[in-house]
Design a protein around this ligand. Structure first.
Ligand code: SF4
Ligand code: SF4
Length: 169
């Protein structure tokens, strides 16, 4: 069965990334919080190494920025995603599960994305978000990040949606 036969095409399929309005652009974020983890970069190779050390403004339970509107007052180097950079895939530090990166690669959103599931908790239930598995960079000195290297933020697990419950007779 195709999208066309089940209803209108969702906006992220009907439009290019550079055609989205502000509300649609913001809605694309699945609130996984992975991009708010501190990363180390090999200066020679450009390779990104992930840590489980989160930005001090990240709420580890909701995985949302605790001061999104004013975040640059506290974290001046927080990157505001630029659509052209997303489209050209120059943000190599975005996790492979990031909705913006998936669409820029020509892929679809995953079943656990809140826009697909209709449930803001599926990104957590599926284990995609950083919920309760990070520590704040307030507690880690900058030269201590190497002790907190982890692989999972850079991984894209091939998760299957949970089976639907059958109808009761
Ligand atoms: S990685 Fe992408 S989808 Fe996840 S919180 Fe960051 S911008 Fe949003
Ligand atoms: S300031 Fe907010 S949006 Fe930026 S990295 Fe920190 S928690 Fe994430």
């Amino acid at each position: 069965m195709t999208e066309e036969t089940t209803g209108p095409i969702p906006f992220w399929k009907a439009k290019r990334l550079d055609e989205l309005d502000d509300r649609e652009w913001e809605a694309l974020c699945d609130r996984c919080g992975r991009c708010c983890l501190n990363k180390l970069e090999d200066e020679e190779t450009g390779e990104i190494y992930w840590t489980n050390v989160a930005c001090r403004l990240l709420d580890p339970t909701t995985c949302r920025c605790s001061s999104y509107e004013n975040r640059h007052d506290f974290v001046p180097d927080c990157v505001r995603l630029d659509v052209e950079e997303v489209v050209s895939q120059t943000y190599t530090w975005l996790p492979p599960t990031c909705a913006y990166r998936l669409l820029a690669r020509g892929e679809d959103l995953r079943w656990w994305h809140p826009l697909v599931s209709g449930d803001p908790d599926t990104v957590h239930a599926a284990g995609i978000s950083v919920r309760n598995r990070v520590i704040s960079d307030e507690n880690i000195p900058a030269d201590g990040y190497e002790d907190h290297l982890v692989d999972w933020p850079g991984e894209d697990p091939d998760l299957r949606p949970p089976p639907r419950e059958g109808k009761k007779r």
